[in-house]
Design a protein around this ligand. Structure first.
Ligand SMILES: NC(=O)C1=CN([C@@H]2O[C@H](COP(=O)(O)OP(=O)(O)OC[C@H]3O[C@@H](n4cnc5c(N)ncnc54)[C@H](OP(=O)(O)O)[C@@H]3O)[C@@H](O)[C@H]2O)C=CC1
Ligand SMILES: [Mg+2]
Length: 433
């Protein structure tokens, strides 16, 4: 059922992807009108996106698909309906596009397309998985691979972040998106937890749907992307899972509070059932407030998230995985709240250290006008009583990252992706975790 390259090419020639047309109505906030889109030649890198959009549009025309037919209507529908001050259920927004009407993409073909687009760039960094299996019983079922990644919002990278050692050319979206997709396709996660996503509707949702993922996006209420000229809409968190591996049990879009006040930060928490083992677990993604001076604010946001997760997991009865850019070093209060929570969480990347007690030296490394910033801010937390980490993807070395740090021509974000394989622990004492 995969499309041959010829079919993909002919899809590309129909340049006007109906799924990407804006319906009448106000466009997303911009400081000045966007320039008319330049006509594009039929190049392989566009074909999958264009044809993905067609696939989604077709599916939406036949089902009650929440993806609608244009980005501005989608944003307004999402912000109007999903903007709550606490966890809320929105099952009507979780209707998966009918896979029958989506044209699947062969991941290998997409990877080849990405590589063709990136042929002038240096090769991808090689990273290996570290085997972390400890003695003790763990499930014989296929492990669950989870990827956590702040992919760097296009508008922030080009317009706000001030990565002084990264040439603007390295940030060109048409190529950078291929670097992001290449990283996803290389590790083939079952679950993908992303932050700073400002190309959900036109890129990640259509493409990942065709690769078999079901996606949910929750934009920040006041995304700083909207201050950038020619932005592509707000950035936010996105959560994708493979539909052939999991069934969605319930989903909550959470606008985080700090000291009872609504904040600009969000989370998505979903309970999934593993089709192979029939076991349920909860997966959450978040991006906490950035910058120094906001430590207490982050701590309060973390407490709010933990409280929501307590309720969603019925007090740790349902195993939990929480991925996020916490914008907090392990020395911060919010980290301590997570480490000591009654949800009984451990941070997976600590297991890469010799004693299993230390976080990696960095998960983000960049050079701004203010100087070099090397920090550990990104984490994958998991229920240590119910899940075990079988392996984790090693981080990039300082030599691989290079003197100009990140992002760069060969790595698309200032944050590294974290990838772990999880197994359920065997049932103990008759308890089903
Ligand atoms: N119109 C309105 O009423 C309101 C508008 N806003 C808008 O939202 C913005 C703030 O949003 P908020 O969510 O609190 O933002 P945050 O402070 O959390 O940061 C937003 C982004 O900026 C990046 N960032 C972190 N440090 C720096 C730095 N030193 N220089 C450049 N970028 C950095 C972060 O990336 P990373 O996480 O990777 O470090 C993050 O993605 C305001 O600037 C404003 O534009 C906010 C509230 C109300
Ligand atoms: Mg950022």
């Amino acid at each position: 059922m995969y499309q041959s390259p010829r079919r993909l090419c002919s899809a590309l020639l129909q340049r006007d992807a109906p799924g990407l047309r804006r319906p009448p109505g106000p466009p997303p906030r911009r400081r000045s009108p966007a320039p008319a889109a330049a006509p594009r030649l039929a190049s392989p890198r566009l074909l999958a996106v264009a044809s993905a959009a067609r696939g989604v549009a077709r599916s939406c025309s036949r089902t009650a698909c929440p993806m609608g037919s244009g980005t501005s209507r989608l944003y307004s529908a999402l912000t109007k309906t999903l903007d709550g001050s606490s966890a809320s259920q929105h099952p009507e927004y979780l209707v998966a596009p009918d896979p029958e009407h989506l044209e699947p993409i062969d991941p290998k073909e997409l990877l080849e397309e990405c590589r063709a687009v990136l042929h002038t760039r240096p090769p991808r960094f090689q990273r290996g998985f570290v085997d972390l299996r400890a003695d003790g019983p763990s499930s014989s079922h296929t492990p669950i691979r989870v990827m956590q990644w702040n992919i760097l919002a296009q508008a922030l990278g080009e317009g706000k972040d001030n990565f002084v050692q990264c040439p603007l050319e390295a940030l060109k979206w048409e190529e950078r998106k291929c670097l992001i997709l290449e990283e996803i396709l290389a590790y083939q996660p079952d679950i993908l937890c992303l932050q700073e996503v400002d190309h959900y509707f036109d890129t990640f949702h259509p493409l990942l749907s065709r690769l078999g993922y079901q996606g949910t996006f929750f934009p920040k209420p006041w995304s700083p992307c909207l201050d950038v000229e020619h932005n592509n809409g707000p950035d936010g968190c996105a959560l994708f899972f493979l539909q052939n591996r999991f069934k969605l049990v319930n989903s909550a879009n959470i606008r985080l509070t700090a000291m009872t006040l609504k904040t600009n930060q969000v989370a998505i928490a979903q309970t999934l059932e593993c089709k192979e083992s029939s076991r349920q677990f909860c997966i959450a993604v978040t991006h906490l407030k950035a910058r120094t001076g906001w430590e207490r604010f982050r701590s309060a946001q973390g407490c709010d998230l933990l409280q929501n997760l307590q309720s969603i997991t019925q007090g740790a009865k349902i195993p939990l995985i929480v991925c996020g850019d916490f914008n907090a070093e392990p020395t911060e209060e919010v980290y301590r709240h997570f480490a000591s929570s009654s949800l009984n969480l451990n941070s997976a990347y600590k297991l890469l250290s010799a004693d299993g007690q230390s976080e990696p030296p960095y998960t983000t490394w960049k050079i701004r006008t203010s100087g070099e910033c090397r920090h550990t801010l990104d984490y994958i937390w998991y229920s240590k009583h119910a899940l075990s980490v079988r392996s984790a993807l090693d981080l990039l070395t300082e030599e691989q990252i290079g003197p100009n740090r990140l992002p760069s021509f060969n790595y698309p974000s200032d944050h590294l992706s974290l990838v772990c394989d999880f197994s359920f622990k065997e049932e103990l004492d008759g308890h089903l975790y």
